[in-house]
Design a protein. Structure first.
Lengths: 160, 499
């Protein structure tokens, strides 16, 4: 129950922050009262009210029914954190190392995360999948994939 | 009639036929690749049309448009990653069907109804394109508001769990749609000095993240060395049978008409068409609670509508010279590039050529049957792999699908955030579908609501007392109230039975 309540609270705080921010939008004559802040304030108010009601109903239900769920959550959150971390590392480094190497990091990381254990399978397939994607989208579909810097940039020109 | 016959003969010439085949097959491939939208597919083919006969070039591009609209469903069903924005609603039930081991059926149905939807709309357009384009011009802001509300009314059918959380999810989608530049005042809202939010939040990265990425995150727990692959091994495309066609005939017809008419309206297109068709299917269904759990109705409605919208989208482009969507804007550009100016004059001066375009669309739609089988087979190979191969492939498709929208890493960050939020949404019973619905329709709703209120000097009555918008608003009210009315009817009939 606590996890779900925290999620409700986080969404509520975020909406409150956006609601306060909306008052800083400049007021122009175009549209009169229906300026840029009007609609966001309407939907944010609705959202906050709904979240409050949902949270109250959750508290009323009590915590007994949620114990089993709570135990599973911890395992899932570790998995989520690891997966997100792999993705974040690849995304943060993509401007330096380019798409090819970032794609390799993602494939390698997730293959291990998803249960692959044979080293040669992981090594070969991570390189092959990253190469296929770079060729398919970078060369044939002409998507301007990030190239990275220095040597990574130079290598990327041979592939896409 | 003579012009239609001449157009038919023109479209059936070997060269035009060959380019219709090339266009539709390449469209299926482009559509199935996330990040390559229908508009982008047409743009990629545009350089190849230099030196071609004008109408042959248009036939190639229009066939590609039809193909890519259908192709988008493949990755939606197999990997929960929509290949094109038009296939966004197909994920909801298509992917669930695949998880149940009915992926082949879902793919076959998607191909079948895409062909049927495309054919219905093209046939209707062949005879009624001019009167229908005049009706479309009568649509003002109030009518667009009523259409958006009708789409949002679908959330009453999407709530498998708590209705309160489903509505809250929809509101979250509407909030996300307010990010970026306000179309009326030009003020940039909620940008936080980051380029990531300045252009607003597009629904594609959110959709990809919330559905596909969160799914891979969840699979991270189940180490796939022990996973059962029998579901993927059974994947065999099964087309719609006559019995199924007869059973779903009204749903197909209704979705095709919705798709066709929404396609005609400028600024809407296949995505809005599929959302509205899905919502209407859920609203009028005898089992709305099953939508989103993996039922064929949830694939039939959006897939019929998005392909039907291709015929509709060509109407304002050809008859008025107004492109209804990004793809038709590129096609309009191709017309001009080849020395033709679409509009009322073109219908008078070169009717045969324009009818040839519609006939080619019919041919392209028929070709989708064959192209669809081979396209699906190629992607089905990936679905047969172990999840530790599939997962990274899905992730890279998610990455490229988000990035290629605007060649911006900001979209990939949004996709990642949506993946994490989607994970918690699924965990705590919020509705990802509701959020996407709000995000897709949010901009259309806000912009037109404000325009309508400005026009009526703030009077809400000006919004409802209109000949087209009024009845649609009534339908919205009925759609929202229907679950309550239905419960009351059931209660009464139960109490009568017990008495």
């Amino acid at each position: 129950m606590f996890g779900e309540l925290i999620f409700h609270a986080l969404l509520f705080v975020l909406m409150m922050f956006l609601f306060i921010t909306s008052f800083s939008f400049p007021i122009l004559n175009i549209g009169g009262k229906l300026g840029a802040a009007w609609w966001p304030q309407v939907v944010l108010t609705l959202g906050m009210v709904l979240l409050l009601v949902s949270a109250i109903l959750l508290i009323r239900k009590g915590r007994a029914a949620f114990d089993e769920k709570e135990r599973i959550e911890k395992k899932e959150i570790i998995s989520l954190a690891t997966s997100s971390l792999i993705f974040i590392v690849a995304l943060l480094s993509i401007r330096t190392i380019g798409f090819l190497v970032s794609a390799w990091i993602i494939v390698l990381g997730f293959m291990i995360q998803l249960g692959a254990r044979k080293v040669w399978v992981i090594a070969v397939s991570s390189v092959v999948i990253a190469l296929i994607f770079s060729l398919l989208f970078g060369r044939f579909m002409m998507v301007s994939l990030p190239r990275g810097m220095g040597i990574f940039r130079a290598i990327s020109y041979y592939i896409y | 009639m003579g012009h239609i016959l001449s157009g038919f003969l023109f479209a059936l010439s070997p060269v035009n036929l060959l380019f219709a085949v090339l266009g539709s097959f390449s469209g299926i491939l482009f559509g199935a690749l996330p990040g390559i939208s229908s508009a982008m597919g047409v743009v990629l083919l545009l350089p190849f049309t230099h030196g071609m006969n004008g109408i042959t070039a248009i036939i190639l591009l229009v066939s590609n448009f039809c193909g890519s609209t259908m192709g988008g469903s493949t990755t939606s069903i197999l990997f929960a990653t929509p290949g094109t924005p038009e296939a966004v609603m197909t994920v909801l039930d298509g992917y669930q069907l695949h998880k149940k081991g009915q992926g082949g059926k879902a793919l076959g149905i998607a191909i079948s109804v895409s062909v049927i939807g495309g054919l219905i709309s093209t046939f209707v357009m062949l005879f009624l394109c001019i009167p229908l384009s005049k009706v479309a011009l009568k649509f003002g802001p109030a009518e667009y508001v009523s259409l958006a509300l009708l789409g949002l009314a679908a959330i009453s059918g999407l709530g498998h769990g708590s209705m309160l959380k489903t509505v809250a999810s929809c509101i979250i989608g509407l909030i996300l749609a307010t990010f970026g530049t306000d179309e009326i005042t030009g003020i940039t809202r909620f940008h936080f000095n980051s380029t990531m939010f300045m252009n607003g939040i597009h629904f594609i990265p959110v959709m990809i993240g919330a559905f596909a990425l969160s799914e891979v995150f969840m699979q991270g727990m189940k180490k796939s060395e022990t996973q059962d692959y029998s579901v993927a091994k059974r994947l065999k495309v099964e087309f719609m049978t006559w019995a199924e066609f007869w059973h779903y005939k009204w749903l197909i017809l209704k979705s095709a008409l919705i798709g066709m008419f929404i396609g005609i309206l400028p600024g809407t297109g296949g995505t809005i068409a599929s959302v509205l068709a899905y919502s209407e299917a859920a609203r009028s269904s005898k089992y709305p609670e099953k939508f989103g759990t993996g039922i064929l109705d949830g694939v039939i409605a959006p897939e019929t509508a998005n392909n039907a919208s291709t015929g509709g989208a060509m109407v304002p482009t050809l008859t008025l010279g107004i492109p209804g969507s990004g793809t038709t804007a590129v096609i309009l550009g191709a017309f001009i590039m080849h020395g033709m100016r679409p509009g009322p004059l073109l219908f008078m001066t070169q009717p045969t050529l324009l009818y040839a375009v519609f006939i080619s669309m019919i041919i392209a739609n028929l070709l989708l049957f064959f192209g669809g089988i081979y396209g699906v087979k190629a992607f089905a190979q990936v679905a047969r792999l172990k999840y530790y191969f599939q997962g990274p492939v899905i992730l890279l498709l998610c990455f490229v699908g988000s990035y290629a929208l605007s060649n911006d890493l900001g979209s990939v960050w949004i996709m990642l955030i949506a993946g994490v939020v989607g994970f918690f949404f699924k965990k705590y019973g919020f509705s990802v579908a509701g959020m996407v619905l709000g995000l897709v329709l949010g901009e259309m709703l806000e912009e037109n609501l404000r325009k309508a209120l400005i026009i009526s000097t703030g009077k809400w009555s000006g919004l409802f007392l209109r000949p087209i918008a009024g009845p649609i608003f009534l339908l919205c009210l009925l759609a929202i109230m229907w679950p309550v009315i239905k419960k009351q009817i059931e209660k009464k009939s139960n109490s009568k039975r017990t008495a």
